[in-house]
Every structure is written in structure tokens, then in C-alpha cells.
Write a protein that binds this ligand. Sequence first.
Ligand SMILES: [Zn+2]
Length: 200
Amino acid sequence: MHVLVLNRNFYAIQVATWERALTLLYLDRASVVDDQYQTYNFSDWLELSRTIKEHPGGFIHTPYFRLAIPDVIALKFFDEVPPAQEVPFTRRNIYQHYGYRCCYCGRRFPTSELNLDHVIPRSRGGATDWSNIVTACIPCNLKKANRLPAESGMRLIIPLTKPKAGPGLVLAARSPVPIRSSWQRFIDKAYWDSQLETDG
Ligand SMILES: [Zn+2]
């Protein structure tokens, strides 16, 4: 079970294990944030945990008390925004960046029907990075083949862009953490950090 960690301004900065989150809470370095944006210190949360019957995050039990595992905590003394991060160049992030649309016809597709396309073909020195890769549906990908868009009578309806390197939360795919619905209000966009599997 993981806990979303916000800074003092309720900006999502990381994901922590529940053990780490409860330690921060116990040390009074963080408060629990509920879905009404109310905050609780350790003793308030302990009190509240007595009365909660069901809690999706579960409880920890000790001989003396039980404590609900929070969904979200906010640090009390950390108000910096983490440094801007580059959005990792991964298949999943590329799909997300282009809204799961084919950049040539603009239509939305399930990921199983989207390919990654080198705008300038690799055979002509086109790079495999944000500057040259777009999403393409299978028919558009076949039509374009190994040519420049103009040579295939095509054009990019959705322009090639690099995602803004914002202070977004990057979740590591190496330790996959499912995004809990209660986190969603604090996260605009979460990107995943993993290797790009290329089409070859
Ligand atoms: Zn298409």
C-alpha cells in the first residue's frame, strides 16, 4: 500500500510506502489529508481511526490501537516544488502525451491499435526521441510507410511536440504503483519512468 505525499502547498511530490508515511505522521512532519482537504495530525488521525468502520487503504493493528493507513499526506515543512523533470520517453508517456490519438488522422484508438511512427524515417536519420516520434494508427502507419509525410500525401494533424518538462510526478515503473482514485485530484498527469520498447 502506497501513500501520496504532498508538499505544504498540496503539490504532489512523491509516493511513499505506508510505513514511511506513518513515520512522518508520527514524527509530526506530515498531516493526513482527507478527501475534503481536511488535515489531521497523528493524534487526531488516531482518534478518527477508532470510528472509521471501513477504509479502502486498510488499517494497521497494534496491541493498543488501530490506525487507518492514509491515502494522502502533506508534509508540514517542505514547500518547495521539486525541480522540473524531463518526461521520460516511454511508450506509455508518448501515448498519453498525444491523447491516445493518431497524429495523422486525429482519431482516438486503444493502445493496441496505435503504433509509434518516426516522422523522418529512421532510414533517413530520423531520431527516436520526442523530436521525431508521434503516435499513428495502423492504417496511417501503413500508408505512410518508410517515407516523409508529404511524400505519402499526409500531414500531421496533431503537431509534433515535446511534453513540457513540468514539475510533474514521475512514477517509477520499476516499482509499479497503481494510482489510487483518491490521489487523482492532486495529480494532473502522472508519467511513468521505464524503458521504451521500440517497434524495431
Ligand atoms: Zn490514423
